[in-house]
Design a protein around this ligand. Structure first.
Ligand SMILES: CC(C)(COP(=O)(O)OP(=O)(O)OC[C@H]1O[C@@H](n2cnc3c(N)ncnc32)[C@H](O)[C@@H]1OP(=O)(O)O)[C@@H](O)C(=O)NCCC(=O)NCCS
Length: 166
């Protein structure tokens, strides 16, 4: 198995990130909401990275990438909507289809739990999963998240929320 490292997204990632997103576009759209068509260009991805890094500077978002030796990106993970007063955040992640089943999502979630604790001093993480995304639910449960019994809003019965107190 190829070694990987998880690191913060950086402005020089545009080409590698575009390749990752294009290669896996159909795969991701089976499980999560589709992105706008304008995203899938070098300019679109450059703008996307700039927005994420600006949110990082503002302390509201921490974007990570999972990188193989040689610079290929095989996954992304985000601490989203960081709320320093509530000391909470949401997590999200996506792994290249070709790299699934190697434990990378589990590694990424564990990394984010550690960063949430040590870097951001958070005490609560949540994650939203569509019903039927069994692999994602398994990753969260393995990392200690517990499923919330009720939908958060009416009409969202096809989604589940998971929470972790840290
Ligand atoms: C869900 C996803 C993140 C999992 O990534 P991954 O790196 O393969 O995850 P891991 O290897 O850490 O663990 C996945 C586990 O779920 C299992 N799994 C995956 N799909 C499954 C399925 N349909 N039924 C049962 N188990 C399944 C795997 O076998 C593995 O368990 P194991 O280690 O005991 O064998 C990846 O498939 C993905 O990115 N999907 C598209 C985007 C997405 O759904 N993101 C999450 C949104 S909430």
């Amino acid at each position: 198995m190829k070694p990987v490292r998880i690191r913060t997204l950086q402005s020089t990632d545009a080409e590698a990130l575009l390749a990752f997103e294009l290669d896996n576009r159909e795969w991701f759209e089976r499980f999560i909401d589709a992105r706008d068509a304008a995203f899938y260009s070098l300019q679109g991805v450059t703008d996307h990275i700039a927005a994420y890094l600006s949110d990082l500077a503002a302390g509201t978002w921490h974007p990570f990438v999972i990188e193989e030796a040689g610079g290929k990106l095989v996954g992304r993970a985000n601490l989203k909507s960081i709320d320093m007063s509530e000391r909470s955040a949401e997590i999200g992640y996506r792994i290249a289809q070709s790299a699934c089943g190697r434990g990378l999502a589990t590694l990424a979630v564990k990394h984010m739990i550690q960063e949430a604790q040590l870097h951001w001093n958070l005490k609560q993480l949540v994650a939203n999963v569509y019903a039927g995304n069994i692999g994602s639910a398994k990753v969260l449960e393995r990392c200690g998240f517990l499923i919330e019994p009720l939908p958060r809003q009416e009409g969202t019965e096809h989604e589940y929320w998971f929470g972790l107190s840290i």
